[in-house]
Design a binder for this molecule. Structure first.
Ligand code: NBP
Length: 477
């Protein structure tokens, strides 16, 4: 038997992806470093489709029809390099290695280059949706060569999630590391979405005085409107869950220290390198980091704060509506920042990424799937060279309608001492972009004063320096 596709690395993700291929009618060769996992897969799920269990790398490669398509689902980092080193010598020109792990795009670029020299296509592929997505249909972000996509595309389309309009949630994002780059930014946006939702929850609880169960209901209502999304939906589930052991709201018995695996951090690190302001995503990463500093927080607990001033019931309901506006406006800003980073990466690496297509493949399967993404796609469809999502008329109008409430929410948060770094960073970004003049002119003056770094003038071309230590006359810089 020859298999159309092979999966090596059969932990949760690889196993479910292999089953997804098999359930879609493909013959799937399966392999894992520890053979027991391969056996377990075939024993448990062999009835779901055609699997070819391979114990050795040689058997695995021999089981694949040519050109070979070999999906690697191992722990990202050194294990990926180890697996490539193991398999590449057994492959022939034209074969494809598809890395579906959460690799750093710079590693993907390096691996792609090295394997291209050996005639092998290396297809770094972002896969989102967790284990459920891997089984029932993930959002798939493949990079690599166009040629490899011609061969792989139809298979990926089959196993991917489908958006509400039936479109498969997969597209050829761009060459080499483009797919993993886009997956990275997806995760950064996911961090920002989660942080904004967390802030909305905290405001509804600490300013409006609602209980977790009441807040779950508010989120359920929001989920029927423009905020309709997977993350809002599961937030309501988590908030309404009651801890069995104590009878308390589940959210009150969980230690409030958020963990992270690192893709959000990469999004911010790369944004710093590219010079793209992703302040909302950065605040989300920092907020998780701050939450984990238990000793620092304990040492700060007695610091002064404002007097609490609870809202009346009717004020609370009006406040909840305002929070919805603030959340929506902040969400527009964080997607604006994320898409800016993708555009900048695309420019830097010559990827030619279609931003509308990226928003389209995030509509299903992935963690940030939302009705909202249809509107982003519409914005880029209407104008592919949109300088920023905020320049789209619809989004600009929605923010215009939301901004008074957005500001009121931040005033209330500040007055009551509720931390809202995500909402605040988003509004600051919006106001900074709007500003006629920024204090950057003063920054330039300071830089020229202490370091003779020169400045440009609004009224004449060229660069200039003021003789600050002398008669303060201006010279050409
Ligand atoms: P893990 O990330 O836990 O990796 C376990 C797999 O890697 C096992 O198959 C293990 O083999 C194999 N492996 C390791 Br570890 N070192 C190896 C080596 N040197 N040589 C060969 N195989 C090696 O699995 P996972 O949670 O299923 O995730 C797989 C990939 O998918 C990761 O890159 C992860 O970041 C990504 N991921 C994505 C999502 C998502 O939502 N997109 C979710 C979870 C994970 P063994 O059985 O012999 O130990």
């Amino acid at each position: 038997t020859s298999a159309q596709i092979g999966v090596t690395g059969l932990a949760v993700m690889g196993r479910n992806l292999a089953r997804n291929f098999a359930r879609n009618g493909y013959t799937v060769a399966v392999h894992n470093r520890t053979v027991s996992r391969t056996k377990a897969l075939v024993e448990e799920f062999g009835h779901e489709g055609d699997f070819v269990a391979a114990e050795t790398a040689e058997e695995f490669v021999a089981a694949l029809e040519r050109p070979r398509r070999l999906v690697v689902m191992v722990k990202a980092g050194e294990p990926t390099d180890a697996v490539i080193e193991e398999f590449a010598p057994l492959l022939e020109p034209g074969d494809m290695i598809i890395d579906g792990g959460n690799a750093h795009f710079a590693d993907t670029r390096r691996r792609e280059r090295e394997l291209r020299e050996r005639g092998i296509h290396f297809v770094g592929t972002g896969i989102s949706g967790g284990e459920e997505g891997a089984l029932h249909g993930p959002s798939i972000m493949p990079g690599g060569s166009k040629e490899s996509y011609e061969s792989l595309g139809p298979m990926l389309e089959k196993i991917s999630a489908k958006a509400a309009d039936g479109a498969p949630c997969v597209t050829h994002v761009g060459p080499d590391g483009a797919g993993h780059f886009v997956k990275m930014v997806h995760n950064g946006i996911e961090y920002a979405d989660m942080q904004l939702i967390g802030e909305a929850y905290q405001l509804l609880r600490d300013v409006a005085g609602y209980s977790p169960a009441q807040i779950a209901d508010i989120f359920r209502t929001w989920n029927t409107g423009r905020l309709d999304s997977y993350l809002i939906e599961i937030t309501a589930e988590v908030l309404s869950h009651v801890d069995e052991a104590t009878g308390k709201p589940f959210v009150d018995v969980v230690v409030d220290q958020a963990e992270q695996k690192g893709t959000g951090r990469w999004t911010v690190q790369i944004a710093l390198d590219l010079g793209v302001p992703v302040s909302g995503i950065a605040e989300a990463v920092f907020a998780r980091s701050l939450s984990g500093h238990a000793a620092l927080r304990a040492a700060s607990r007695s610091l002064a704060g404002p007097q609490p001033s609870p809202l009346s019931e009717s004020e609370a309901a009006a406040f909840a509506d305002r929070v919805e506006q603030a959340l929506y406006a902040s969400k527009i800003v964080s997607y604006t920042q994320g898409f800016h980073e993708i555009a900048a990466g695309s420019e830097e690496y010559g990827w030619d990424i279609d931003l509308g297509a990226v928003s389209a493949i995030w509509r299903g399967g992935c963690i940030i799937r939302a009705a909202f993404l249809d509107r982003i796609r519409a914005a880029y469809d209407a104008r592919a060279d949109l300088p920023s999502l905020l320049s789209d008329e619809t989004f600009a109008r929605e923010i215009a309608d939301a901004q008074d409430d957005w500001r009121e929410v931040l005033i209330a948060a500040t007055r009551q001492g509720v931390p809202t770094p995500g909402f605040a960073a988003a509004l600051a970004y919006y106001d900074a972009l709007r500003a006629e003049r920024l204090p950057a002119a003063l920054t330039q003056g300071q830089r020229d004063f202490f370091g003779a770094h020169t400045y440009r003038r609004v009224d004449r071309d060229g660069s200039f320096h003021t003789l600050w230590g002398g008669d303060r006359s201006e010279v050409s810089g």
